[in-house]
Ligand binder design. Structure first.
Ligand SMILES: Cc1ncc(COP(=O)(O)O)c(C=O)c1O
Length: 383
């Protein structure tokens, strides 16, 4: 830090220069991210209430009340209006809170294994390390869902919890949560559903099999407004089926200006503006608004999947369930394809055996047309 400060205009000029190389969502060239530019109304609301701190709910009781309402709304979207929980920093913290509550509700520490699909998000590696748990990875079936027979075989006296994913990070697949719920009930196990991405997509599609609190074995669900909810980062969501579980996360903080309080999140100070922006988004869109956004993304997703299957050297890994497409190569080096696309300023995600494309609301038809044209060219060049 320099001794003397600079005028704001000068700093803004410097920032513009320093950040100019970064690709913006509005360019339409970010095709591999699960986030997007927050809705303009959410940005306005966020800016207006940027000083609210939910680490001190006694000081911001009305903001705390809005969080309760948001959690109730997300709960009813996931078939349980009496769900309890918090808006947190993201899917990682939400998944952490789920397993932390699970650990704290088990006195028997021999139970330390968590059965996860091998498609699980890498946040679980961090969480297992923090909580001293062992992840037991379960292979996938031919539809890239967790293999339920294998989960059943791997349940032992050391098993603490099962994880199912509603919209996997790589391919957007929905695990057989109904069967996992049955296994959880039969074996008296905790089942957490990671719907960080799919939570704002699957409820708005026709014919989605039940994956939420309708299934009695589901104890908690992650659902992130800062992904398909179009809310500003940080806004993840953790919902627990009942208060008993959520209470396991209660930590007393005695010194705050709003008076002694209890926190149920990992972080202390946290953005009230995030919560208020999510509240505003849910009110602004309603279910019909989100259904429309998801419908548009899905239409483009299916169009892109068809276009990709028409390129002989490429194929879609699995028919998309949600707005996530995995693309594999039938020959040309996929790493080179991704490198070339990145050199052309296309931001796509690379997984070990496929490239991931996510059709977020910032992607429009003209972007897709350009992308397909460039992809075809790159495949020819690389081959
Ligand atoms: C299924 C799933 N869970 C959790 C996460 C982690 O979310 P965050 O990056 O908000 O912590 C992601 C991120 O993409 C995800 O896809």
């Amino acid at each position: 830090m320099d001794e003397n400060g600079l005028p704001s205009q000068e700093i803004l000029r410097q920032l513009q220069d320093l950040l100019k190389e970064e690709t913006g969502f509005n360019s339409g060239r970010i095709m591999g991210s699960m986030c997007t530019s927050p809705h303009l109304f959410a940005q306005r609301v966020y800016r207006k209430y940027v000083d609210k701190n939910l680490g001190d709910p006694g000081l911001f009781p009305a903001t705390a009340q809005l969080e309760t309402e948001v959690v109730r709304s997300l709960g009813s979207l996931l078939s349980n209006p009496s769900a309890v929980g918090n808006i947190v920093t993201g899917g990682t913290e939400a998944n952490l809170l789920a397993l932390w509550a699970c650990v704290r509700s088990h006195s028997d520490r021999r139970e330390s294994e968590v059965l996860v699909p091998s498609s699980v998000h890498c946040s679980f590696e961090k969480i297992a390390d923090l909580l001293g748990l062992r992840l037991v990875k379960v292979k996938l079936n031919e539809h890239f869902q967790v293999d339920v027979a294998e989960v059943r075989r791997k349940i032992t006296s050391r098993t603490l919890a099962l994880i199912g994913i509603a919209g996997t990070t790589g391919l957007g697949v929905l695990d057989p949560i109904y069967e996992l719920s049955q296994l959880a009930q039969q074996n008296n196990l905790y089942l957490h559903v990671d719907a960080a991405f799919g939570g704002f997509v699957l409820p708005f599609l026709n014919g989605t099999p039940p994956f939420d609190f309708r299934l009695p074995g589901v104890s908690s669900i992650t659902i992130d407004p800062h992904k398909m909810g179009l809310a500003p980062i940080p806004a993840g969501g953790i919902l627990f089926r009942d208060r008993k579980l959520h209470r396991k996360l209660t930590w007393t903080v005695p010194y705050l200006s709003g008076g002694e309080t209890s926190q149920t999140t990992f972080v202390g100070s946290r953005s009230g503006a995030s919560v208020i922006a999510v509240w505003a988004m849910l009110k602004h869109f309603g279910k019909a608004g989100y259904r429309k956004i998801v419908g548009r993304c899905m239409k483009l997703t299916m169009e892109l999947a068809r276009e990709i299957d028409e390129i002989p050297e490429l194929a879609v890994v699995v028919r998309p369930t949600i707005n996530v497409i995995g693309v594999k190569s039938n020959g040309p080096d996929l790493v080179k394809i991704v490198q070339s696309l990145r050199e052309m300023q296309w931001a796509v995600a690379l997984f070990p055996r496929y490239m991931r494309i996510v059709i977020m609301p910032h992607v429009h038809k003209e972007h897709l047309n350009q992308f397909v044209q460039d992809l075809r060219q790159v495949v020819v060049d690389v081959n």
